[in-house]
Design a binder for this molecule. Structure first.
Ligand code: ATP
Ligand code: MG
Ligand code: MG
Ligand code: MG
Length: 467
């Protein structure tokens, strides 16, 4: 049963709405309620205070398709992009949530019903993991749902026990995997080859069951809750009969556009996947008010943009290309995210400025790197070279690491950090490579960008224009 990604998103929300869940729009990638979190990285983030009992909502069941970024902080999949079939920096997490309403039985039944009846996945392709100590969940899967016990793996806390923080709500998880077939390398969950891409994790159901105190003791919550997350792109891949997320409709169209703007000829090139992935995270981060900068969230954005520019350059791009993909992205996702369409001009502008700025030094930096690699002894790029590329040519260290990885080299991370530290101590300001973003945007404000102040754009952007 083939289904477009857009249709799938709606089908999921409609299913949970039919089970009395309130459909809640995606929140911003910049968490409004948690300054310690870099980016929204799961559907539950906007509900944190509801789970904690600190916020009340007029409903006890919710469902959403949440935009997520995992490119920094605790969950960082940046290094996986281009290397696995299933990781993006930006993805959408479909979820259903119970705030002290239903618990394990219904959560598992809903999920199974959705997978096997609504979208009709073959039962024999589904595998399940359960936390080692959660006999209740194992019993539901095996005795109520009827899953073959051979397909139910008991897993330890690393993957199957979730906690909000060192203290507070926590509890066991159960995860659902899909077997993409024996042609692909990988073993079932819980086996040594589980990191292969044959058995792909599609859904994580978290049972918030305990409250952990500072002394480590866990007390059962009076009203346990449920938080689930399923990767939209991973499910879309299954329904579109492909193995990799990068082969789904949205990505195929983005990859084709990326090939056009970079002059790439081989549509299978991994760099095209990187560029197609990165335009999503970069565009949506800007929509949510993040601006490239030298620190914090802005530096993560800058790193992703520069990485995309390097890959585009490798593919054969001449001149700036990245911002040209915003239009294609809007074709794919503008209906689901009208805020993207509304902010097209600013997103393109920010990307173009950043791209042009970096292009000035990218080529020279690469020449320096190539020359040094010729003379390199061993497989580790020295920290002072990584630092020089960072400081003089604007290469984030992960970009250098990305180049290194393509040649089976690594970088001396500690050496790089040490060189940074020395510079910090000697100079007043770390990094001579700065972009005068605010200046450029401000000067634009007086000319072509006036109209945006009245629009529904993020407060950060409004600030930039009105200051
Ligand atoms: P994996 O083990 O494959 O890295 P995860 O265990 O880190 O996934 P969770 O934190 O459990 O993922 O998130 C819930 C769901 O979100 C996953 O089951 C998966 O479907 C999806 N997901 C997680 N990370 C990504 C990503 N980087 N890109 C696309 N989908 C993702
Ligand atoms: Mg992960
Ligand atoms: Mg996992
Ligand atoms: Mg998981």
């Amino acid at each position: 049963q083939h289904m477009s990604t857009s249709k799938l998103r709606q089908t999921f929300l409609d299913f949970y709405a039919s089970k009395q869940h309130q459909i809640v729009p995606s929140s911003s990638l910049v968490p409004g309620n948690d300054p310690t979190l870099l980016f929204t990285n799961a559907g539950m983030v906007q509900f944190k205070d509801v789970f904690l009992g600190a916020e009340n909502r007029p409903y006890t069941r919710a469902t959403s398709s949440q935009r997520c970024v995992r490119a920094g902080g605790k969950h960082n999949d940046l290094e996986n992009v281009g290397y696995t079939a299933r990781h993006h920096t930006f993805f959408e997490m479909l979820g259903n949530f119970s705030f002290g309403d239903y618990f394990k039985v219904e959560a598992i039944q809903f999920a199974w019903h959705f997978l096997t009846e609504v979208i009709q996945l073959p039962k024999e392709k589904l595998w399940v993991t359960v936390y080692t100590e959660d006999d209740e969940a194992a019993d539901i899967w095996i005795n109520q749902i009827g899953v073959n016990p051979d397909r139910v793996a008991r897993i330890g806390a690393k993957d199957n026990f979730w906690s909000m923080g060192d203290t507070g709500p926590c509890g066991p998880c159960t995860e659902i995997f899909y077997d993409h077939g024996e042609d692909i390398f990988g073993g079932p969950p819980g086996t040594p080859d589980e990191d292969g891409d044959r058995y792909i994790e599609i859904w994580n159901l978290v049972f918030m069951q305990f409250n952990r105190h500072a002394d480590g003791t866990m007390e059962p919550l009076p009203k346990p809750s449920v938080d689930t997350g399923m990767g939209l792109e991973r499910i879309a891949a299954i329904l579109q009969g492909v193995h990799s997320n990068y082969e789904i409709d949205i990505f195929q169209n983005l990859i084709r556009s990326a090939a056009t703007v970079t002059n790439a000829t081989n549509l299978e090139d991994k760099s095209l996947r990187v560029v197609a992935d990165h335009i999503r995270s970069c565009a949506f981060l800007i929509v949510d008010g993040v601006m490239p900068s030298n620190e914090g969230r802005g530096y993560v954005l800058r790193r992703i943009i520069r990485r995309a520019v390097r890959h585009g350059n490798k593919l054969g791009a001449t001149g700036s290309f990245f911002h040209k993909l915003v239009a294609s992205l809007i074709n794919e996702m503008g209906d689901a995210y009208p805020e993207l369409t509304k902010q097209q001009a600013i997103v393109e502008k920010v990307l173009r400025i950043e791209e042009e700025q970096f292009s000035k030094t990218l080529d020279r930096g690469l020449v320096i790197l190539e020359d040094s690699l010729k003379a390199l002894e061993g497989t580790v790029i020295p920290g002072d070279l990584v630092f020089k590329l960072y400081d003089t040519y604007g290469f984030p260290s992960d970009l250098t690491a990305d180049v290194a990885r393509e040649r089976e080299l690594t970088i001396d991370e500690d050496g790089f950090k040490a060189a940074m530290q020395v510079q910090r101590e000697t100079a007043q300001k770390a990094g001579k490579f700065g972009t005068d973003y605010n200046e450029q945007l401000k000067s634009d404000h007086t000319t072509s960008f006036k109209g945006y102040q009245n629009d529904h754009i993020s407060s950060t952007v409004v600030e930039l224009f009105t200051n």
